[in-house]
Design a binder for this molecule. Structure first.
Ligand code: HEC
Length: 128
């Protein structure tokens, strides 16, 4: 009697374990798909931006509105670093990541469409 009841308990326990394992698996798969979805979105954003040929003047205007507070009116640096010759140190992808990623506080992440991002890149290239 006691063996059969303990094996029933064991069976329940295994069922519980299986349930937990299943839930963990589903959560893991959801995380994975979100990660890949994001990755894909980032890639299409970067590809789109790099396909465009922006305007340095428009980029200059954007820079004056969004960036001068920290990088200085002539991009010579203030709170943030001097951005002259930045395009020799970072490639376009890295600059896009810097501007949109918000990975280096206090610099915020900017939600900027590919057209304007392309203009900004052109402006930064003109600083060389
Ligand atoms: C609130 C202040 C702030 C604003 C606004 C800001 N930045 Fe920055 N930025 C920084 C700081 C601080 C760093 C240095 C971050 C670090 O490396 O830790 C930085 C770094 C950078 C870098 C990388 C420099 C390097 O030497 O690696 C680039 C490129 C850049 N910013 C571009 C921009 C552009 C373009 C804008 C406007 C769209 C902008 N930033 C707006 C503060 C700011």
């Amino acid at each position: 009697m006691s063996t059969s009841s303990s094996s029933a308990a064991e069976r329940d326990f295994k069922k519980e374990l299986l349930k937990i394992f299943f839930i963990v698996l589903v959560v893991f798969l959801i995380c994975l798909s979100i990660f890949f979805e994001n990755h894909h979105e980032n890639n299409t954003y970067v590809t789109k931006t790099l396909e465009l040929n922006g305007s340095a003047e428009e980029g200059d205007a954007l820079f004056k509105m969004n960036c001068v507070g920290c990088h200085g009116i002539k991009a010579r640096g203030l709170v943030g670093p001097d951005l002259h010759s930045i395009t020799q140190r970072l490639n376009d992808k890295e600059i896009i990541k810097q501007v949109t990623g918000g990975l280096t506080p206090p610099m915020p992440s900017f939600e900027i469409d590919p057209d304007n991002m392309s203009n900004l890149l052109k402006y930064l290239h003109s600083l060389e």
